[in-house]
Design a protein around this ligand. Structure first.
Ligand code: PGA
Length: 251
């Protein structure tokens, strides 16, 4: 059984006080949600404080990025996966399309970051997804396959237990244009078939595949009703405790 994951990506929003307020407001609203794993991803500077304040709750804390480098060293401005773990994170989002598009993240860096996350004992939420032009050109499935094959290159079957995939079509992120449930299911099925090719059927059957891109309280249930949709990565609608709680409590 794949336990659903509902993750909130706070992107570069919220100063420390607001991050804590939102996390504390969320806590009672989702306290009874046992049907899914709940994750929030604040900015780096809020991670430790938010994680401390959520200790003992059912809300996990994720970072939004980590360094490709695993050892301490002269890497000014970088934060290692081990440091994230040390700050109370259990997860990290890797290869978000905003990082691929605007910060030149490549297949290679996504792969190195994923390995760094696993080495530190974090769960990696690895993001894939095509641009609008790629979908219109009919190459969406190939693009996503390429991202998966290179992003997960060299990972063992055991490593895959700490991998969550997030399918986020770039044209649906922050646009209010959600993929239809059928489009999501189609791509999630393709991702699962690709995982079966790269790591075998058991890994494919056990890996959670989240959908992301304009997920809201009023479309989560229909997305979750799709066979291969195992949760959501939520941006805008995760910023307010009340709306994120409604997504978590979609059942
Ligand atoms: P959105 O963002 O829900 O605001 O579309 C999703 C994401 O970027 O993870």
């Amino acid at each position: 059984m794949r336990k659903p994951v509902i993750a909130g990506n706070w992107k570069m929003y919220k100063l420390l006080g607001e991050a804590v307020d939102t996390a504390l407001a969320l806590k009672p609203l989702v306290a009874n949600a046992n049907h899914c794993e709940i994750v929030i991803a604040p900015v780096f500077t809020a991670l430790k404080t938010v994680a401390d304040r959520l200790e003992g709750s059912n809300i996990k804390v994720a970072a939004q990025n980590c360094s490709t480098e695993v050892s301490f060293g002269a890497h000014t401005g970088e934060i290692s996966a081990e440091m994230l773990k040390d700050s109370g994170c259990s997860q990290v989002i890797i290869g978000h399309s905003e990082r691929r598009q605007f910060y030149r993240e490549t297949h290679g860096s996504v792969n190195r970051k994923t390995k760094a996350a696993l080495a530190a004992g974090l769960t990696a939420i690895v993001c894939v997804g095509e641009m609008l032009a790629e979908r219109e050109a009919g190459s969406a499935e190939n693009v996503v396959k390429g991202q998966l094959v290179s992003g997960l290159d060299g990972l063992t079957v055991a490593d895959m237990e700490s991998i969550i995939i997030a399918y986020e079509p770039v044209w649906a992120i922050g646009t209010g244009k959600t993929a239809t449930p059928e489009q999501a299911q189609e791509m999630h099925g393709h991702i699962r078939r690709t995982l079966a090719e790269t790591h075998g059927k058991e890994v494919a059957d056990n890996t959670r595949i989240l959908y992301g891109g304009s997920v809201k309280p009023d479309n989560i249930a229909v997305l979750m009703s799709q066979e291969d949709v195992d949760g959501a990565l939520v941006g805008g609608a995760s910023l307010e405790a009340e709306s994120f709680a409604r997504i978590v409590n979609y059942k």
